[in-house]
Design a protein around this ligand. Structure first.
Ligand SMILES: NC(=O)c1ccc[n+]([C@@H]2O[C@H](COP(=O)([O-])OP(=O)(O)OC[C@H]3O[C@@H](n4cnc5c(N)ncnc54)[C@H](O)[C@@H]3O)[C@@H](O)[C@H]2O)c1
Length: 257
């Protein structure tokens, strides 16, 4: 297989597991060199070990902290001096409705899901400019285009991220930096495990709401590689005339509601 991202320098935030790990694997297989920026060290090290490569580096960081993001970009600057692709993937969910949502918890979700993509994009801009064909890909969510009960901070952050995608696409076009977003639906990752330890997919309400009346046309959960394929598209030459867009990768669930 041709390695169509050969030598491209990439940051994947939240790349230690789940969708981020799927993106790391796909872009690595396309020839990219990658820095995983994540709080979880062991999982990233295992991923790198399994791929038997020195082209992927782990940088331990808490993306809720501006100074840690600055350190991440400093590392990229000293290691590569350029950045071709920034994947803003890291995210957390909290699952509260308005009366139970404290401002502290709300801010925590906002910091990771909305502030970190802003800060990573801002501080990596000079390095993306050096690439001459920089790309930013935001991992948003179908919850950013619809309203779901019991996840107010997450829904709000993801909606903001989708509009940040549009704004940055407009602002950065003159620098030939393309900015797009992938909005996953139900994807089988640790995030989909509910507070009681069950997988969302296995619950009666999921079967009733999404499967019984064929509201999820493809009838299955997505997997990280389903998302990685769409991310790859936005990193590749095939999307060179696409910017500001959000691609819903959700088995069709959003079109039936
Ligand atoms: N799984 C789904 O069904 C689904 C659906 C829609 C959108 N998404 C989005 O996809 C992205 C990845 O989700 P996932 O399902 O792989 O989740 P996950 O929980 O499996 O992985 C998230 C990764 O982000 C990292 N992370 C979280 N907070 C961090 C912080 N403060 N600093 C550094 N790293 C941090 C975690 O350590 C983890 O490796 C998220 O933005 C999520 O909102 C997921």
């Amino acid at each position: 297989m041709d390695k169509r991202l050969l030598g491209k320098k990439v940051i994947v935030t939240g790349g230690s597991r789940g969708i981020g790990a799927g993106i790391v694997e796909r872009l690595f297989n396309e020839g990219a060199e990658i820095i995983i920026a994540d709080i979880k060290k062991d999982l990233a090290e295992k991923l790198i070990e399994n791929l038997e490569t020195n082209k992927i580096t782990f940088f331990e960081t808490n993306l809720s902290e501006e100074n840690e993001i600055i350190k991440l970009i400093d590392l990229v600057k000293s290691k590569w001096g350029v950045l071709d692709i920034l994947i803003n993937n890291a995210g957390i969910e909290d699952g509260f409705m308005l009366p139970d949502q404290s401002y502290e918890k709300y801010r925590k979700t906002m910091k990771v899901n909305l502030d970190a993509p802003f800060l990573c994009s801002k501080y990596s801009l000079p390095l993306l400019e050096k690439s001459k064909s920089g790309r930013i890909v935001m991992i948003s969510s179908i919850q950013g285009v619809r309203g779901y009960k019991g996840n107010i901070s997450y829904n709000t952050a993801k909606g903001g991220l989708i509009n940040m995608t549009r704004v940055l696409a407009v602002e950065l076009a003159e620098k030939n930096i393309l900015v797009n977003s992938v909005a996953p639906g139900f994807i089988n990752t640790p995030m989909s495990v509910m507070k009681d330890g069950n997988l969302e997919w296995d619950t009666d309400w999921f079967k009733e709401v999404y499967l019984k009346y064929e509201k999820l046309p493809l009838g299955r959960y997505g997997h990280p590689d389903d998302i990685a394929g769409a991310v790859y598209f936005f990193c590749s030459e095939d999307s060179k005339y696409v910017t500001g867009q959000t691609l819903l990768v959700d088995g069709g669930v959003s079109v039936t509601f």
